[in-house]
Design a protein. Structure first.
Length: 223
């Protein structure tokens, strides 16, 4: 982590240090990490309100690309009010470090070369969970909208493998009328109805986002 010219870390740099420590040695406590992620999300929103969608801050947020390993996740936030002070409202996110020693969960994004120069980026997405030699994979498509920091996606194929042997491969939608998953995504999907993540941090080390269901997720970039 590089500090400012004064030698003192900015609030954002402090938060990034906390998160980088979390993906490295799984510290701090889950509640403290949730609080840090909430602060980062709030800061990102504030900057967007001040400077607009095309602010320098949003432009510095990298489009999700490559392979990521799930490190931490929360459920939907719970609102807690102070009985003695009704104006004191806290949003508590109850989270946990993902047990990667038991089940390794990852996600990868591979942008299409043809969309690299366009405003929105489309590509292939793959979600996986592996326990020993047993692996479950979902493959599909995504669209990244930089101005909204929003990544919408859907899965069209499920694969179960045991080592190098494929036990099952099944299409989740009828692709007989199209030539590819990309064509189906472009022709048949309504982006506003799809699952999505709103990213508030994405860099060379990690990515953090809030899902459509309201939970937070933190991934370590592995490639």
């Amino acid at each position: 982590m590089t500090s400012t010219g004064t030698g003192a870390l900015t609030e954002r740099e402090k938060n990034v240090c906390v998160v980088e420590n979390a993906i490295g040695v799984r510290s701090p406590k889950t509640s403290d990490l949730a609080s840090t992620l909430q602060k980062m999300e709030k800061t990102r929103r504030s900057l967007k309100k001040q400077h607009g969608a095309d602010s320098e801050s949003d432009m510095l947020l990298l489009a999700p690309c490559g392979k990521y390993e799930l490190v931490y996740a929360t459920g939907k936030e719970v609102v807690k009010r102070d009985r003695s002070d009704s104006s004191n409202v806290k949003r508590i996110a109850r989270g946990f470090y993902w047990p990667s020693w038991l089940v390794n969960a990852g996600i990868s994004f591979a942008p299409d070369e043809s969309t690299n120069d366009s405003k929105n980026i489309k590509g292939a997405v793959e979600n996986s969970a592996r326990c020993g030699a047993l692996e479950l994979r979902f493959r599909g498509r995504y669209e990244w909208i930089p101005a909204a920091r929003k990544l919408s996606f859907n899965f069209y194929e499920m694969i179960i493998r045991l080592g190098s042997m494929t036990l099952m491969k099944r299409e989740l939608v009828d692709l007989r009328t199209v030539t590819s998953q990309a064509e189906y995504f472009d022709r048949s999907e309504q982006i506003r109805t799809l699952p999505f993540f709103i990213f508030f941090e994405s860099n060379d080390s990690f990515a953090a986002a809030r899902g459509r269901g309201g939970g937070l997720a933190l991934w370590k970039r592995t490639k």
